[in-house]
Design a protein around this ligand. Structure first.
Ligand code: ARG
Ligand code: ZN
Length: 879
C-alpha cells in the first residue's frame, strides 16, 4: 500500500485570493465536454503561488490577463492540481479543460446517467470539472452558460435564475444562468438532458411569487406529486418555525437514478436520488413517502443552514449536516402534529442513532462530531456527523428551550449570513443569544464516544426526599484515551404508584414542574427532590434528552409500570424495549449454553396490554411490539454471536406470536385501511401495525391458514405498502409459497427500477437466503453493479440486513464481501467504502468468525489499486 496524506483541522489556512466572479461555459457532450472558465482573482492574504485543485482533468489552455501561460516558466501541473507561479495581485485567469462524462463511473463531478448529464460536487467533485480552489470557504458569484445538442439535451439547468436562452449558429441551443448568491464550489450544479417537470407557482410569506419544479424522466410525472407537496410544506414550515424564507425566484428538484447518496442541496437546483422523489401508491411504501418528505425537507432547509451560512472547512461538516438533520426531524414531527406522532417520530430517530451511530462510536471509525483529521472526506459523511450532530443541536434546544434556541438561530444568521463558519461560531451564537456559558458543551464536538450515565436513587422516608445520583463516563476511542466530563441534559419525571406524575420540587426551588432538565456537568452529581410522599418510579432521560447510554437498575415491575403509565411516550416505549432486551440477552446466553428456552409471562402481559389498547396510536403500538433488531442486540453484546442472536430473537417472536395469536388476528382485522390510499401518519400507522400483526401471525410457519392470509393480502393489496409487507412475510418463510408471488411481483414492476430494487432487497435480506442465492441473483439480467441503488439493494441488503447468512460459519459471506468491495472499488470508491464499513466491528465477533473476517480484510488491504476511500478504512480497521 502506498501512504496517503492525512489532512488535519489544525492546518487550516485561509485562501490567499478572493474570487469575485466565475464565468463558466460548458460545451456539453457525453463523450467530451469542454469547460471554459474565467475568473477574477485578487490577493487578500500574503502567500506566493496560486493553487487550484484538479482531479483527472485534461488542461487544454490557460491564459492570464489574455496571455497564454507556459508550462515551463509560468505554472506546474501535478496530480492534484495546478500551481501558477508568482501571479500578480489582481488578474483574470481563463482556462479550458476537457472531461469525459460517460467514462465517469464515480458519480462525482460531471457524469452521465441514462443518457442525461448531471453533476455532484460535494465534497470535492468540482475539481473534476475545472481547475478551481475547491474548498468551501472560497465563495464566488457564478454565471453559467450551457451549450448542447437541442434534441438530446433539451433541458439545460443550473443554479439561480435563467437569464437567457436561444439557438447557436451551429444549431445547438444554449441557456444562461446567473446565481445571485455567492457560493462555494461544492454547491454548483448543472443538469442537461431529456427531462419533464411538474411545476407550480407558490406565494411566499412575504407575498413574493416563486416557481417550484420537480424534474424527472419522461414517464414519471405520475410520481412527482408527493415531492411537490413535501417541498411546499417545507417552505411553509421554515417560514413559520424559523422565519426563514426562500431567497430565489425559482427552486428546482431533479431526480437521477444513478446517485451515490440521498440528495444534494445545490443552490436552487437540488439533485435527488430517484428513491427520494418518485412515489405513488402503486410503487412506493409508507416508509418511502415519509423518507421523501424528510429528504425534500432536509435539502430545502440546507438553503439557509449550509448554503447561506456554509462551512469554513470540511471538519465543520456537522455545522450544516447536524443542524439540518435536526431541522428535518423537527419538520417531520411537526407534519404529524400530534404528541404521540411526535414521539413515534422521535423513537424512529433514536432507533437509528443507537443501532448505527452508537456502534460507529464504539468501533475503529469512531470520530468526534467535529473530526480532527481525515484522509478521504467522503468517509466522513457518517451517522456521527449527521445523526449525533443532530442530537447535539437538539441538546441546545433542550437546555435553552424552544424560544432560546430560536434566539440563537436568529443571532447565528444575523452574524454569519453569507459566510463560511465553524461549529464554534454556532455554539457562540447559542450562548450569546441566551447569556449562557456553553464552554463545556464544546466537548460534544471534540470528544468521540458515547457517554454512559449511571443513575442511583435513594428515598428518605423521614425527610420525604428523593435523591438521584448521576455519574458519567466515556470509554476511550481511537486517539482519545481520557475524556473530560460532558455537559449532559437529563430530563426526568417521577411517577407515583398510580402512574401519576409527581410534582417536582428540586431542593432550593419553590415552583413545581412535571418534568425537569437536570444538567450533569461533573463526573458525579446528586439532585434532591423535596416533598416526595412515597417511593416513586423514576422516568429518566425523557424523550432521549442526550445521546448517552442510561443505566439504572430497574426492576421488571418498575418497567411494566412505566410501560403502562409514563406520560413521556418515548420512555413508555423505552421501558418495553428494556424488558425485551433483558430477556433477549438472557435467551442468547441460553442458546449458547444449549439450555431449554423460555419466556416469562410478565413481559407478554405487559406488551399485550399495549397491543390491545385501542386508545393508543397504532404506530406507537407497532413500535412497542417490535423487538430490538439483531443489529441492536449485536451492538449490546460483549462478544457477538450472530447465530445465537438470530435463534434467540426468532424464539421470542414465536412465543409472542403463540401467546397473542388471537390478539394479533383481531388487530389485523381492526386496522385495515379502506378507500383511497393516503400516506398520512394515522393511515400509515394502521398499516404498520396490521402488517406487524401479519408478520407475527405467520412466524409460526407451519400455520397454513396464516400463510393463506398473507397470500390473500398479496393478491388483494391496493398499495405497495400492503403488497410488499405480505410478500416479505412469505419470503421469510423460505417456503415454496413465496415463489409465485415473487415472480408476479417481478412481472408487474419489471420496468420500474425502484420497485425492482425492492424485489432484490427483499430476497437478499431474508434469513433463508444464503450467499449462493445472492450470487445467483447477481447474474440476473437486471443486476448492475454500476448503479448504486441496485448494488445496495442486493449486496448491501445481504451484508447488512441478513446477519445470520452473512456471518455463515465457513466465512463464505466474508469472501463475497471482499470480492464485491474490490469490484466496487474499481468502479465507484464511495460505494465501495460504504460496503467496507460492514466489517467495522470484526474484533467484537466470536474468535472463529473474527479470524475469517480478518482474512477477508487482508485480502482487500493487500490488493493493488485501492482508492483512498477504501484504503483509509481498511487501515483503520486493521490497526
Ligand atoms: N450534503 C448532502 C446532504 O446531506 C450529502 C452529500 C454527500 N456527498 C458526498 N459525496 N459524500 O444533503
Ligand atoms: Zn445534508
Amino acid at each position: 500500500m502506498q501512504t496517503i496524506p492525512t489532512i488535519f483541522r489544525q492546518d487550516y489556512c485561509p485562501y490567499p485570493f478572493k474570487i469575485s466572479h466565475l464565468n463558466l461555459i460548458f460545451d456539453l457532450d457525453a463523450a467530451h465536454t469542454h469547460v471554459h472558465s474565467e475568473m477574477l482573482l485578487t490577493r487578500v492574504n500574503p502567500g506566493s503561488d496560486l493553487l487550484l485543485h484538479a482531479d483527472g482533468l485534461s488542461l487544454l489552455s490557460i491564459h492570464l490577463d489574455g496571455r497564454e501561460l507556459s508550462a515551463v516558466t509560468d505554472y506546474v501541473l501535478n496530480d492534484d492540481g495546478l500551481r501558477v507561479l508568482n501571479p500578480p495581485e489582481s488578474f483574470t485567469l481563463s482556462i479550458v479543460t476537457q472531461t469525459q462524462p460517460d467514462q465517469n463511473s464515480t458519480l462525482m463531478g460531471l457524469y452521465a446517467s441514462n443518457g442525461n448529464l448531471f453533476t455532484q460536487c460535494e465534497a470535492e467533485g468540482f475539481r473534476k470539472i475545472t481547475y478551481f480552489p475547491d474548498r468551501p470557504d472560497v465563495m464566488t458569484q457564478y454565471t453559467v452558460e450551457l451549450r448542447a445538442d437541442a434534441e438530446q439535451y433539451s433541458v439545460l439547468l443550473s443554479n439561480g435564475n435563467l437569464v437567457d436562452e436561444g439557438v447557436l449558429d451551429d444549431g445547438r441551443h444554449y441557456a444562461k444562468w446567473i446565481d445571485p448568491f455567492k457560493k462555494p464550489s461544492y454547491l454548483f450544479a448543472l443538469v442537461a438532458g431529456k427531462l419533464v417537470c411538474q411545476e407550480e407557482k407558490f406565494i411566499l410569506a412575504s407575498g413574493r411569487e416563486v416557481l417550484l419544479q420537480v424534474w424527472v424522466e419522461d414517464g414519471n410525472l405520475d410520481k412527482t406529486q408527493h415531492a411537490m407537496e413535501s417541498l411546499k410544506n417545507s417552505i411553509r414550515w421554515d417560514e413559520q418555525r424559523f422565519g426563514l424564507e426562500l431567497d430565489l425566484d425559482r427552486f428546482m428538484i431533479v431526480a437521477v437514478s444513478d446517485f451515490n447518496m440521498g440528495a444534494m442541496e445545490n443552490k436552487g437546483l437540488n439533485i435527488f436520488n430517484t428513491k427520494y422523489v418518485l412515489a405513488n401508491s402503486r410503487v412506493a411504501t409508507d416508509i418511502d413517502y415519509a423518507n421523501i418528505e424528510s429528504v425534500v425537507g432536509h435539502e430545502y432547509f440546507h438553503n439557509w443552514t449550509g448554503n447561506r451560512v456554509t462551512c469554513q472547512d470540511w471538519f465543520q461538516l456537522s455545522l450544516k449536516e447536524g443542524l439540518t438533520v435536526f431541522r428535518d426531524q423537527e419538520f417531520s414531527a411537526d407534519m404529524i402534529g400530534t404528541d404521540s406522532g411526535r414521539a413515534v417520530s422521535r423513537i424512529g430517530d433514536v432507533r437509528t442513532l443507537r443501532q448505527v451511530q452508537f456502534s460507529e462510536d464504539a468501533g475503529p471509525m469512531a470520530h468526534p462530531v467535529r473530526p480532527d483529521s481525515y484522509v478521504e472526506i467522503n468517509n466522513f459523511y457518517t451517522v456521527t456527523i449527521y445523526e449525533k450532530g443532530a442530537e447535539v443541536v437538539r441538546m441546545y434546544q433542550t437546555l435553552l428551550g424552544r424560544d432560546g434556541f430560536r434566539k440563537g438561530m436568529d443571532l447565528y444568521f444575523a452574524r454569519h449570513d453569507g459566510c463560511a463558519v465553524t461549529c464554534d461560531d454556532f455554539r457562540a451564537a447559542m450562548a450569546d443569544a441566551n447569556g449562557r456559558d456553553l464552554a463545556q458543551f464544546e466537548r460534544w464536538y471534540s470528544q468521540a464516544g458515547t457517554p454512559v450515565v449511571t443513575v442511583k436513587s435513594h428515598y428518605d422516608t423521614d425527610l420525604q426526599q428523593y435523591t438521584l445520583t448521576l455519574r458519567q463516563s466515556c470509554a476511550p476511542t481511537p486517539g482519545q484515551t481520557d475524556k473530560s466530563p460532558f455537559h449532559i441534559p437529563v430530563t426526568v419525571g417521577l411517577l407515583d404508584s398510580n402512574g401519576q406524575e409527581m410534582p417536582l420540587y428540586l431542593v432550593g426551588e419553590s415552583s413545581a414542574q412535571a418534568s425537569c432538565v437536570l444538567e450533569l456537568t461533573d463526573i458525579e452529581q446528586s439532585f434532591v427532590f423535596d416533598r416526595i410522599p412515597a417511593l416513586p418510579t423514576p422516568s429518566l432521560l425523557r424523550n432521549f434528552s442526550a445521546p448517552v447510554v442510561l443505566e439504572y437498575a430497574y426492576s421488571d415491575t418498575e418497567l411494566a409500570h412505566l410501560l403502562a403509565h409514563d406520560s413521556d411516550a418515548f420512555n413508555r416505549w423505552e421501558a418495553g424495549q428494556r424488558l425485551a432486551t433483558q430477556r433477549l440477552m438472557q435467551l442468547i446466553k441460553s442458546v449458547q449454553a444449549g439450555e431449554a428456552l423460555s419466556l416469562d409471562s410478565l413481559y407478554l402481559e405487559a406488551v399485550g396490554l399495549v397491543l390491545n389498547d385501542e386508545n393508543l396510536d397504532p404506530a406507537f403500538r407497532e413500535l412497542v411490539l417490535t423487538l430490538p433488531s439483531e443489529a441492536m442486540l449485536a451492538e449490546l453484546s460483549a462478544e457477538i454471536d450472530p447465530h445465537a442472536i438470530h435463534v434467540a430473537r426468532e424464539y421470542m417472536r414465536q412465543q409472542i406470536s403463540a401467546h397473542m395469536h388471537k390478539d394479533f388476528y383481531q388487530v389485523y382485522q381492526a386496522n385495515q385501511t379502506m378507500g383511497v390510499y393516503s400516506p398520512d401518519a394515522i393511515s400509515a400507522g394502521k398499516r404498520g401495525l396490521k402488517n406487524l400483526a401479519l408478520a407475527y401471525l405467520v412466524s409460526n410457519d407451519a400455520d397454513e391458514q396464516m400463510i393463506s392470509l398473507a397470500l390473500t393480502q398479496v393478491h388483494e393489496a391496493q398499495n405497495m405498502t400492503d403488497r410488499l409487507a405480505a410478500l416479505a412475510v412469505l419470503v421469510r418463510t423460505g417456503d415454496e409459497c413465496a415463489i409465485e408471488p415473487l415472480n408476479d411481483f417481478y412481472q408487474d414492476f419489471a420496468d420500474d427500477a425502484l420497485v425492482i430494487d425492492k424485489w432484490f432487497s427483499l430476497q437478499a435480506s431474508s434469513p433463508k437466503t444464503d450467499v449462493e442465492l445472492v450470487r445467483q441473483l447477481m447474474r440476473h439480467p437486471d443486476f448492475n453493479l454500476h448503479n448504486p441503488n441496485r448494488a445496495r439493494s442486493l449486496i448491501f441488503s445481504f451484508c447488512h440486513a441478513n446477519p445470520v447468512q452473512f456471518h455463515a460459519k465457513d466465512g463464505s459471506g466474508y469472501a463475497f464481501w471482499a470480492e464485491q468491495v474490490l469490484a466496487l472499488n474499481a468502479i465507484n470508491p464511495q460505494v465501495a467504502a460504504r460496503l467496507v464499513r460492514v466489517l467495522d466491528h470484526w474484533r467484537k465477533y466470536q474468535p472463529a468468525l473474527q479470524a475469517r473476517m480478518q482474512d477477508a480484510l487482508l485480502t482487500v488491504a493487500n490488493s493493488v489499486g485501492l482508492s483512498k476511500d477504501v484504503q483509509e478504512l481498511v487501515v483503520k480497521m486493521l490497526k
